[in-house]
Design a protein around this ligand. Structure first.
Ligand code: UTP
Length: 299
């Protein structure tokens, strides 16, 4: 089995669901509590043993590269002022020299196209793909669990979660086959199935381990839904087994304002240093704002 060393982060999307916030700021740099969304996803990959981080970027996204660089003046100033804790925190998150690569998608032609842009940086080895919009909360990282399944099965792995059966038409849905190790064999995949036709309510949540043969399929540049080059279409055409890992943690879609706000509340409550005051604040807000809303509605 080929060892998993690299991860791809497609960050070239336009973020139209989050305008005007994302007009000049990449959505991946919006902060959940005190770190940008992209940092959570890179940390998840690092915790899973990933050694090389590949970013597929676009225009207006250069600040992502700066975020993962050494900020020499800042580090010096923190050291001079004796702010050792802050400095240590930054250094702990800092990728080592040569551990990051950046390429540009140039034109946002779809997720499949963004992944294909990483083909030379990935080379002939398996890779993890993490959609940075989706951030996850659990004791053990989603990708780490997937790596364990990969070590048992090889091939391709996607993480899935349950959605409301009435909402399957919004997602990529998989069919569930026999159980294998901490996962199951996938019997089929369908992107946004028509209501009543979904094989299950297990949706693909934004974490993948893929074999490099996917690049050959993507190189055909076939367009699908929305006239975009779709990753799911390429996965369907890849004649290799797929396994599913059923993730039981929480997932937040930070590409939408609602998901982003939920993520901020959930991660703030998870942080021991701010949990207490946050919990009190939320209780207070619920007490104060709810009656005002009720008054507004009844007027
Ligand atoms: P989304 O469709 O959620 O991202 O793509 P988007 O296009 O930025 O979002 P909206 O709908 O306009 O708000 C899922 C992931 O794929 C990346 C996005 O950056 C996101 O991480 N992506 C999508 C690309 O890198 N390139 C593309 O052409 C499309």
């Amino acid at each position: 089995m080929r060892k998993l060393r690299k991860a791809v982060f497609p960050v070239a999307g336009l973020g139209t669901r989050f305008l005007p916030a994302t007009k000049a700021i990449p959505k991946e740099m919006l902060t959940v509590v005190d770190r940008p969304v992209i940092q959570y996803v890179v940390d998840e990959a690092r915790d899973a043993g990933i050694e090389h981080f590949i970013f597929v970027t676009g225009r207006n996204k250069a600040v992502i590269e700066d975020h993962f660089d050494v900020q020499f003046e800042l580090y010096n100033t923190l050291a001079e002022r004796g702010k050792d804790d802050q400095l240590a925190r930054l250094q702990q998150l800092q990728p080592l020299p040569g551990q990051t690569s950046f390429t540009r998608q140039q034109v946002p032609l779809g997720l499949g196209h963004a992944v294909w842009c990483a083909r030379d940086l990935v080379g002939d080895e398996p890779f993890a793909l993490l959609l940075p919009d989706m951030i996850m909360q659990s004791e053990k990282g989603c990708l780490k669990e997937m790596v364990e399944l990969y070590e048992e099965t090889g091939n391709n792995i996607v993480a899935v979660q349950e959605c409301d059966p009435a909402e399957t038409h919004k997602y990529g849905i998989v069919g569930r086959g026999e159980s294998v190790a901490n996962g199951f064999r996938i019997t089929g995949m369908v992107e946004k199935p028509k209501p009543g036709t979904a094989p299950s309510n297990l949706y693909i949540n934004g974490r993948y381990i893929l074999q490099p043969e996917i690049f050959e399929v993507l190189s055909r540049q076939e367009k699908g839904a929305g006239n975009e080059i779709q990753l799911t279409d390429a996965m369907l055409k890849l004649e290799q087994p797929f396994y599913g890992y059923h993730y039981r943690g929480r997932t937040f879609d930070c590409g939408s304002p609602e998901g982003f706000i939920e993520a901020n509340v959930a991660f703030a409550l998870w942080r021991p240093d701010i949990n207490r005051s946050m919990a009190d604040t939320i209780e207070g807000l619920l007490r104060d704002i709810r009656p005002v809303e009720r008054r507004a509605v009844s007027r």
